[in-house]
Design a binder for this molecule. Structure first.
Ligand SMILES: NC(=O)c1ccc[n+]([C@@H]2O[C@H](COP(=O)([O-])OP(=O)(O)OC[C@H]3O[C@@H](n4cnc5c(N)ncnc54)[C@H](O)[C@@H]3O)[C@@H](O)[C@H]2O)c1
Ligand SMILES: [Zn+2]
Length: 350
Protein backbone atom coordinates (compact mmCIF):
# COMPACT_ATOMS: atom_id res chain seq x y z
CA UNK A 1 0.00 0.00 0.00
CA UNK A 2 1.17 3.52 -0.75
CA UNK A 3 0.14 6.18 1.76
CA UNK A 4 0.46 9.85 0.89
CA UNK A 5 -0.43 12.35 3.60
CA UNK A 6 -1.90 15.72 2.67
CA UNK A 7 -1.34 18.47 5.23
CA UNK A 8 -3.76 21.21 4.29
CA UNK A 9 -6.40 22.80 6.58
CA UNK A 10 -7.16 19.17 7.35
CA UNK A 11 -4.52 16.43 7.47
CA UNK A 12 -5.57 13.21 5.79
CA UNK A 13 -4.20 10.13 4.08
CA UNK A 14 -4.56 9.04 0.50
CA UNK A 15 -4.22 5.24 0.59
CA UNK A 16 -3.55 3.50 -2.70
CA UNK A 17 -3.81 -0.28 -2.81
CA UNK A 18 -5.33 -2.91 -5.09
CA UNK A 19 -8.25 -4.48 -3.20
CA UNK A 20 -8.63 -1.75 -0.57
CA UNK A 21 -12.37 -1.40 -1.32
CA UNK A 22 -13.00 -4.68 0.50
CA UNK A 23 -11.49 -3.16 3.67
CA UNK A 24 -13.06 0.28 3.22
CA UNK A 25 -15.29 -0.09 6.30
CA UNK A 26 -12.44 -0.58 8.76
CA UNK A 27 -10.37 2.16 7.10
CA UNK A 28 -13.29 4.61 7.29
CA UNK A 29 -14.09 3.59 10.88
CA UNK A 30 -10.70 5.04 11.93
CA UNK A 31 -11.62 8.53 10.74
CA UNK A 32 -15.37 8.47 11.49
CA UNK A 33 -17.00 10.24 14.42
CA UNK A 34 -20.59 9.07 13.97
CA UNK A 35 -22.41 5.90 13.04
CA UNK A 36 -24.19 6.72 9.81
CA UNK A 37 -22.41 6.50 6.47
CA UNK A 38 -24.19 7.85 3.39
CA UNK A 39 -22.79 6.33 0.21
CA UNK A 40 -23.21 8.63 -2.79
CA UNK A 41 -22.73 6.98 -6.15
CA UNK A 42 -23.96 7.11 -9.75
CA UNK A 43 -26.12 4.72 -11.74
CA UNK A 44 -23.12 3.05 -13.40
CA UNK A 45 -20.73 2.68 -10.46
CA UNK A 46 -23.46 1.86 -7.90
CA UNK A 47 -24.49 -1.50 -9.39
CA UNK A 48 -20.81 -2.47 -9.75
CA UNK A 49 -19.34 -1.55 -6.37
CA UNK A 50 -21.86 -0.10 -3.89
CA UNK A 51 -22.87 -3.58 -2.62
CA UNK A 52 -19.29 -4.44 -1.65
CA UNK A 53 -18.82 -1.07 0.04
CA UNK A 54 -22.14 -1.30 1.91
CA UNK A 55 -21.21 -4.75 3.26
CA UNK A 56 -17.82 -3.54 4.41
CA UNK A 57 -19.33 -0.46 6.09
CA UNK A 58 -22.05 -2.51 7.81
CA UNK A 59 -19.45 -4.99 9.05
CA UNK A 60 -17.59 -2.03 10.57
CA UNK A 61 -20.73 -1.05 12.47
CA UNK A 62 -22.14 1.74 10.29
CA UNK A 63 -25.81 2.37 9.56
CA UNK A 64 -25.59 2.66 5.75
CA UNK A 65 -27.81 4.66 3.40
CA UNK A 66 -27.15 4.93 -0.33
CA UNK A 67 -28.03 7.77 -2.70
CA UNK A 68 -27.81 6.98 -6.43
CA UNK A 69 -28.01 9.60 -9.19
CA UNK A 70 -27.89 9.24 -13.00
CA UNK A 71 -24.29 8.90 -14.23
CA UNK A 72 -22.72 11.79 -16.13
CA UNK A 73 -21.60 15.42 -15.94
CA UNK A 74 -25.20 16.51 -16.59
CA UNK A 75 -25.99 15.40 -13.04
CA UNK A 76 -23.41 17.70 -11.43
CA UNK A 77 -26.07 20.37 -11.10
CA UNK A 78 -28.19 22.18 -8.50
CA UNK A 79 -31.09 19.72 -8.93
CA UNK A 80 -29.02 16.64 -8.00
CA UNK A 81 -27.36 18.62 -5.20
CA UNK A 82 -30.75 19.58 -3.74
CA UNK A 83 -32.10 16.07 -4.02
CA UNK A 84 -29.00 14.78 -2.18
CA UNK A 85 -29.59 17.35 0.59
CA UNK A 86 -33.22 16.20 0.75
CA UNK A 87 -31.99 12.62 1.12
CA UNK A 88 -29.69 13.66 4.00
CA UNK A 89 -32.57 15.46 5.69
CA UNK A 90 -34.93 12.51 5.29
CA UNK A 91 -32.34 10.20 6.82
CA UNK A 92 -31.60 12.60 9.67
CA UNK A 93 -27.91 12.69 8.91
CA UNK A 94 -26.12 14.62 11.65
CA UNK A 95 -22.97 16.68 11.57
CA UNK A 96 -20.93 13.86 13.08
CA UNK A 97 -22.04 11.38 10.39
CA UNK A 98 -20.20 11.02 7.14
CA UNK A 99 -20.67 10.95 3.39
CA UNK A 100 -18.76 8.54 1.17
CA UNK A 101 -18.27 9.48 -2.48
CA UNK A 102 -17.99 6.28 -4.52
CA UNK A 103 -17.42 7.23 -8.15
CA UNK A 104 -15.62 9.46 -10.59
CA UNK A 105 -14.97 13.18 -10.43
CA UNK A 106 -18.65 14.03 -10.81
CA UNK A 107 -19.57 12.01 -7.71
CA UNK A 108 -16.60 13.37 -5.76
CA UNK A 109 -17.27 17.02 -6.62
CA UNK A 110 -21.00 16.74 -5.91
CA UNK A 111 -20.59 14.79 -2.66
CA UNK A 112 -17.81 17.08 -1.46
CA UNK A 113 -19.94 20.16 -2.05
CA UNK A 114 -22.91 18.59 -0.26
CA UNK A 115 -20.60 17.65 2.65
CA UNK A 116 -19.18 21.17 2.76
CA UNK A 117 -22.61 22.73 3.06
CA UNK A 118 -24.77 20.15 4.88
CA UNK A 119 -25.16 21.49 8.44
CA UNK A 120 -22.26 23.86 7.61
CA UNK A 121 -19.86 20.98 7.20
CA UNK A 122 -20.02 17.20 7.53
CA UNK A 123 -17.08 14.81 7.09
CA UNK A 124 -16.65 12.96 3.83
CA UNK A 125 -14.47 10.26 2.35
CA UNK A 126 -13.47 9.90 -1.29
CA UNK A 127 -13.37 6.51 -2.98
CA UNK A 128 -12.46 7.48 -6.54
CA UNK A 129 -13.36 4.91 -9.20
CA UNK A 130 -12.21 6.62 -12.42
CA UNK A 131 -8.57 7.20 -13.34
CA UNK A 132 -9.21 10.94 -13.49
CA UNK A 133 -10.61 10.96 -9.97
CA UNK A 134 -7.72 8.81 -8.66
CA UNK A 135 -4.94 10.96 -10.11
CA UNK A 136 -6.55 14.33 -9.60
CA UNK A 137 -10.04 15.24 -8.49
CA UNK A 138 -10.35 13.18 -5.28
CA UNK A 139 -7.38 14.95 -3.67
CA UNK A 140 -7.08 18.60 -2.73
CA UNK A 141 -10.57 19.54 -1.60
CA UNK A 142 -12.00 21.36 -4.59
CA UNK A 143 -15.72 20.62 -4.67
CA UNK A 144 -18.34 22.08 -6.97
CA UNK A 145 -21.43 21.81 -9.10
CA UNK A 146 -22.06 23.33 -12.54
CA UNK A 147 -24.56 25.95 -13.64
CA UNK A 148 -25.92 26.26 -17.19
CA UNK A 149 -23.60 29.28 -17.52
CA UNK A 150 -20.45 27.33 -16.82
CA UNK A 151 -18.65 24.56 -15.01
CA UNK A 152 -17.85 24.48 -11.30
CA UNK A 153 -19.34 27.93 -10.70
CA UNK A 154 -20.69 27.02 -7.27
CA UNK A 155 -18.42 25.23 -4.84
CA UNK A 156 -16.18 25.22 -1.83
CA UNK A 157 -12.69 24.28 -0.78
CA UNK A 158 -13.43 21.39 1.54
CA UNK A 159 -10.99 18.60 2.27
CA UNK A 160 -12.01 14.95 2.68
CA UNK A 161 -11.09 13.00 5.81
CA UNK A 162 -9.64 10.11 3.83
CA UNK A 163 -9.13 9.03 0.22
CA UNK A 164 -9.14 5.31 -0.64
CA UNK A 165 -7.84 4.48 -4.07
CA UNK A 166 -8.34 0.94 -5.41
CA UNK A 167 -6.81 0.51 -8.89
CA UNK A 168 -8.69 -2.80 -9.32
CA UNK A 169 -11.84 -0.74 -9.85
CA UNK A 170 -10.33 0.59 -13.07
CA UNK A 171 -10.89 -2.83 -14.69
CA UNK A 172 -14.51 -1.94 -15.43
CA UNK A 173 -13.78 1.57 -16.68
CA UNK A 174 -14.27 1.95 -20.44
CA UNK A 175 -11.04 2.39 -22.43
CA UNK A 176 -12.27 5.85 -23.47
CA UNK A 177 -12.77 6.87 -19.86
CA UNK A 178 -9.38 5.47 -18.88
CA UNK A 179 -7.75 7.46 -21.67
CA UNK A 180 -9.60 10.54 -20.51
CA UNK A 181 -7.86 10.28 -17.12
CA UNK A 182 -4.54 10.22 -18.98
CA UNK A 183 -5.23 13.84 -20.03
CA UNK A 184 -4.69 14.95 -16.41
CA UNK A 185 -1.64 12.66 -16.06
CA UNK A 186 0.02 14.37 -19.06
CA UNK A 187 -0.73 17.67 -17.32
CA UNK A 188 1.27 16.52 -14.27
CA UNK A 189 4.12 15.38 -16.49
CA UNK A 190 4.27 18.77 -18.23
CA UNK A 191 4.11 20.60 -14.91
CA UNK A 192 7.06 18.82 -13.42
CA UNK A 193 8.01 15.31 -14.43
CA UNK A 194 9.66 14.63 -17.79
CA UNK A 195 10.23 10.99 -16.78
CA UNK A 196 6.47 10.55 -16.39
CA UNK A 197 5.92 11.89 -19.92
CA UNK A 198 8.62 9.56 -21.30
CA UNK A 199 6.95 6.68 -19.53
CA UNK A 200 3.62 7.48 -21.19
CA UNK A 201 5.31 7.79 -24.59
CA UNK A 202 6.78 4.29 -24.13
CA UNK A 203 4.13 2.42 -22.20
CA UNK A 204 1.03 4.25 -23.46
CA UNK A 205 -1.89 3.22 -21.24
CA UNK A 206 -0.21 0.01 -19.98
CA UNK A 207 1.65 1.75 -17.15
CA UNK A 208 1.82 0.50 -13.55
CA UNK A 209 -1.31 2.11 -12.18
CA UNK A 210 -0.35 2.21 -8.51
CA UNK A 211 2.94 3.95 -9.34
CA UNK A 212 1.54 6.52 -11.73
CA UNK A 213 -1.43 7.35 -9.49
CA UNK A 214 0.92 7.78 -6.51
CA UNK A 215 3.25 10.05 -8.52
CA UNK A 216 0.38 12.34 -9.56
CA UNK A 217 -1.04 12.41 -6.02
CA UNK A 218 2.40 13.29 -4.61
CA UNK A 219 2.70 16.21 -7.02
CA UNK A 220 -0.79 17.38 -6.18
CA UNK A 221 -0.08 16.97 -2.44
CA UNK A 222 2.97 19.22 -2.70
CA UNK A 223 1.02 21.93 -4.50
CA UNK A 224 -2.02 21.73 -2.20
CA UNK A 225 0.16 21.77 0.93
CA UNK A 226 1.81 24.96 -0.31
CA UNK A 227 -1.30 26.74 -1.60
CA UNK A 228 -4.58 25.09 -0.58
CA UNK A 229 -6.82 28.01 -1.56
CA UNK A 230 -5.28 28.70 -4.97
CA UNK A 231 -3.73 32.05 -4.15
CA UNK A 232 -0.91 31.40 -6.61
CA UNK A 233 1.01 28.15 -7.04
CA UNK A 234 -2.09 25.94 -7.20
CA UNK A 235 -3.25 27.84 -10.26
CA UNK A 236 -0.61 25.84 -12.14
CA UNK A 237 -2.95 22.85 -11.92
CA UNK A 238 -5.22 24.75 -14.29
CA UNK A 239 -2.76 24.09 -17.11
CA UNK A 240 -4.89 23.30 -20.17
CA UNK A 241 -8.10 24.13 -18.31
CA UNK A 242 -8.94 27.68 -19.41
CA UNK A 243 -9.52 26.63 -23.00
CA UNK A 244 -10.34 23.08 -21.91
CA UNK A 245 -13.39 24.30 -20.01
CA UNK A 246 -14.44 26.35 -23.04
CA UNK A 247 -14.20 23.30 -25.32
CA UNK A 248 -16.08 21.21 -22.76
CA UNK A 249 -18.88 23.77 -22.51
CA UNK A 250 -19.02 24.36 -26.29
CA UNK A 251 -19.39 20.59 -26.84
CA UNK A 252 -22.24 20.65 -24.34
CA UNK A 253 -20.17 18.23 -22.22
CA UNK A 254 -20.20 15.57 -24.94
CA UNK A 255 -16.40 15.83 -24.81
CA UNK A 256 -15.17 14.50 -21.45
CA UNK A 257 -13.06 16.62 -19.11
CA UNK A 258 -9.64 14.97 -19.62
CA UNK A 259 -9.97 15.11 -23.42
CA UNK A 260 -10.97 18.77 -23.20
CA UNK A 261 -7.91 19.43 -21.02
CA UNK A 262 -5.77 17.63 -23.59
CA UNK A 263 -7.08 19.94 -26.34
CA UNK A 264 -6.63 23.00 -24.10
CA UNK A 265 -3.04 21.94 -23.32
CA UNK A 266 -2.30 21.33 -27.01
CA UNK A 267 -3.63 24.76 -28.04
CA UNK A 268 -1.64 26.50 -25.29
CA UNK A 269 1.50 24.54 -26.23
CA UNK A 270 1.28 25.40 -29.94
CA UNK A 271 0.49 29.01 -29.10
CA UNK A 272 3.42 29.21 -26.65
CA UNK A 273 5.82 27.79 -29.27
CA UNK A 274 4.51 30.14 -32.00
CA UNK A 275 4.83 33.14 -29.67
CA UNK A 276 8.40 32.18 -28.77
CA UNK A 277 7.53 31.37 -25.16
CA UNK A 278 8.18 27.61 -25.25
CA UNK A 279 11.16 25.73 -26.65
CA UNK A 280 10.22 23.96 -29.90
CA UNK A 281 11.56 20.54 -28.74
CA UNK A 282 9.59 20.58 -25.51
CA UNK A 283 6.46 21.71 -27.34
CA UNK A 284 6.87 18.85 -29.80
CA UNK A 285 7.41 16.35 -26.96
CA UNK A 286 4.24 17.47 -25.19
CA UNK A 287 2.18 17.17 -28.38
CA UNK A 288 3.79 13.83 -29.27
CA UNK A 289 2.89 12.43 -25.85
CA UNK A 290 -0.75 13.39 -26.33
CA UNK A 291 -0.89 11.78 -29.77
CA UNK A 292 1.07 8.68 -28.66
CA UNK A 293 -1.65 8.06 -26.09
CA UNK A 294 -4.43 8.73 -28.59
CA UNK A 295 -5.62 11.88 -26.81
CA UNK A 296 -7.14 14.65 -28.94
CA UNK A 297 -4.92 17.65 -29.69
CA UNK A 298 -7.22 19.53 -32.06
CA UNK A 299 -10.76 20.86 -32.02
CA UNK A 300 -13.18 21.79 -34.76
CA UNK A 301 -14.31 24.78 -32.66
CA UNK A 302 -12.69 28.03 -33.77
CA UNK A 303 -10.85 30.43 -31.49
CA UNK A 304 -13.73 32.89 -32.05
CA UNK A 305 -16.18 30.34 -30.72
CA UNK A 306 -14.06 29.43 -27.71
CA UNK A 307 -12.74 32.81 -26.55
CA UNK A 308 -16.13 34.21 -25.42
CA UNK A 309 -16.61 31.07 -23.34
CA UNK A 310 -13.53 31.86 -21.29
CA UNK A 311 -15.49 34.88 -20.03
CA UNK A 312 -16.96 32.92 -17.15
CA UNK A 313 -13.58 31.46 -16.32
CA UNK A 314 -12.59 31.93 -12.70
CA UNK A 315 -9.09 32.90 -13.83
CA UNK A 316 -10.52 36.00 -15.51
CA UNK A 317 -10.18 39.35 -13.73
CA UNK A 318 -11.94 42.32 -15.33
CA UNK A 319 -10.33 42.93 -18.69
CA UNK A 320 -7.51 40.46 -18.26
CA UNK A 321 -7.11 36.73 -17.91
CA UNK A 322 -4.46 34.72 -16.12
CA UNK A 323 -3.50 31.58 -17.93
CA UNK A 324 -0.91 28.86 -17.38
CA UNK A 325 1.59 28.85 -20.22
CA UNK A 326 3.90 25.88 -20.84
CA UNK A 327 7.37 27.41 -21.19
CA UNK A 328 8.92 23.95 -21.33
CA UNK A 329 8.54 20.57 -19.64
CA UNK A 330 8.80 21.17 -15.90
CA UNK A 331 8.48 24.87 -16.41
CA UNK A 332 4.99 26.36 -16.59
CA UNK A 333 4.24 29.96 -15.70
CA UNK A 334 1.12 31.85 -14.83
CA UNK A 335 0.85 34.76 -17.23
CA UNK A 336 -1.60 37.61 -17.23
CA UNK A 337 -2.92 38.74 -20.62
CA UNK A 338 -5.20 41.60 -21.57
CA UNK A 339 -8.14 40.10 -23.47
CA UNK A 340 -6.97 41.41 -26.88
CA UNK A 341 -3.48 40.03 -26.21
CA UNK A 342 -4.90 36.68 -25.19
CA UNK A 343 -6.85 36.55 -28.44
CA UNK A 344 -3.70 37.34 -30.42
CA UNK A 345 -1.73 34.77 -28.43
CA UNK A 346 -4.26 32.00 -29.09
CA UNK A 347 -4.84 32.86 -32.74
CA UNK A 348 -1.11 32.62 -33.43
CA UNK A 349 -1.32 28.84 -32.99
CA UNK A 350 -3.62 28.24 -35.93
N1 LIG B 1 -12.26 18.63 -7.86
C1 LIG B 1 -11.23 18.64 -8.66
O1 LIG B 1 -10.11 19.00 -8.26
C2 LIG B 1 -11.40 18.17 -10.07
C3 LIG B 1 -10.27 17.95 -10.87
C4 LIG B 1 -10.46 17.43 -12.15
C5 LIG B 1 -11.75 17.16 -12.60
N2 LIG B 1 -12.81 17.40 -11.80
C6 LIG B 1 -14.17 17.10 -12.24
O2 LIG B 1 -14.28 15.69 -12.42
C7 LIG B 1 -15.30 15.44 -13.37
C8 LIG B 1 -14.83 14.40 -14.35
O3 LIG B 1 -14.50 13.23 -13.64
P1 LIG B 1 -14.74 11.79 -14.30
O4 LIG B 1 -14.15 11.73 -15.64
O5 LIG B 1 -14.34 10.78 -13.29
O6 LIG B 1 -16.33 11.79 -14.53
P2 LIG B 1 -17.49 10.85 -14.03
O7 LIG B 1 -17.57 10.85 -12.57
O8 LIG B 1 -18.70 11.24 -14.78
O9 LIG B 1 -17.03 9.40 -14.51
C9 LIG B 1 -16.96 9.14 -15.89
C10 LIG B 1 -17.85 7.94 -16.26
O10 LIG B 1 -17.21 6.74 -15.84
C11 LIG B 1 -18.09 5.96 -15.07
N3 LIG B 1 -17.26 5.24 -14.10
C12 LIG B 1 -16.51 5.79 -13.10
N4 LIG B 1 -15.81 4.83 -12.50
C13 LIG B 1 -16.10 3.66 -13.11
C14 LIG B 1 -15.67 2.32 -12.95
N5 LIG B 1 -14.74 1.98 -12.04
N6 LIG B 1 -16.19 1.37 -13.77
C15 LIG B 1 -17.09 1.70 -14.71
N7 LIG B 1 -17.52 2.95 -14.94
C16 LIG B 1 -17.04 3.92 -14.14
C17 LIG B 1 -19.05 6.94 -14.47
O11 LIG B 1 -20.26 6.33 -14.12
C18 LIG B 1 -19.21 7.95 -15.60
O12 LIG B 1 -20.16 7.49 -16.50
C19 LIG B 1 -15.64 16.76 -14.01
O13 LIG B 1 -16.87 17.21 -13.51
C20 LIG B 1 -14.52 17.68 -13.57
O14 LIG B 1 -14.93 19.02 -13.48
C21 LIG B 1 -12.66 17.90 -10.55
ZN1 LIG C 1 -9.11 18.89 -14.57
Amino acid sequence: MKVITVSASKTYDVKIEAGILARAGEEIRRVARGNTAVVVTDSTVGPLYAGQLELSLSAAGFRVRTFVFPAGEQSKNPETYLSLLGFLAKNQVSRSDLLVALGGGVTGDLTGFAAATWLRGTDFVQIPTSLLAMVDSSVGGKTAIDLPEGKNLVGAFYQPSLVLCDPLLLDTLSPACFLDGCGEIVKYGVLGDRALLRRLQKEHTAFDQEEVIARCVEMKRDIVNADEFEGGLRQLLNLGHTLGHAVELRSNYSLPHGCAVSIGLAIMTRAAVKNGLCAQEDGTEILDTLTALGLPAETAFSADELLPLTVMDKKRQGDSITCVVPRGIGRCDRMRFSLPDFEKFIKAEG
